[in-house]
Design a binder for this molecule. Sequence first.
Ligand code: IMP
Ligand code: MG
Length: 172
Amino acid sequence: MEGKIHVLIPEEKVQARLDELAAQINADYEGKQIHLICVLKGGVFAACELAKRITLPLTMDFMSVSSYGDATVSSGLVRIVKDLDEPIENKHVLIAEDIIDSGNTLHHLLEILTSRRPADIQICTLLDKPDRRTAQVEVKYTGFSIPDKFVIGCGLDYKQLYRNLPYVGVIE
Ligand code: IMP
Ligand code: MG
């Protein structure tokens, strides 16, 4: 899989889309305080880039989850590797994600977080691969819908590498 990297979404487009998403979030949450949850590790780029653009009062927390069992076929269950530090009860929770693929991770994460009684809970994802969806998830803010290709950059890794690329790429 190691080879040349083909740019799928250039940095300028990623930045411009983040500006648009944040503008929409600023308008939608006017008068409210946002509790931004970053899903580690991939969501860190989306979370920081959004946080910088959100002009409303904002708090952040971090969570890390992993799928149970086999890495290629998701069992549909998620394990909390690192839980949030703070309770989310009555908070306006916004989850920042890098990508939604099968939707399994977020579907189960939403179940866990909803049971903690936030005021409301929404998802913002930089990328979406709708062709691969097997679990139902409602996503309010999507950066880009992309074809079913394995992508890297903007928080997304291949064997833990390439998260730092400022664009979305595909390894040829
Ligand atoms: P889901 O539960 O199938 O939606 O899994 C989403 C997770 O799989 C993401 O948070 C990523 O960590 C990983 N993932 C899915 N597609 C890609 C990709 O194209 N590149 C890198 N990681 C990916
Ligand atoms: Mg992720």
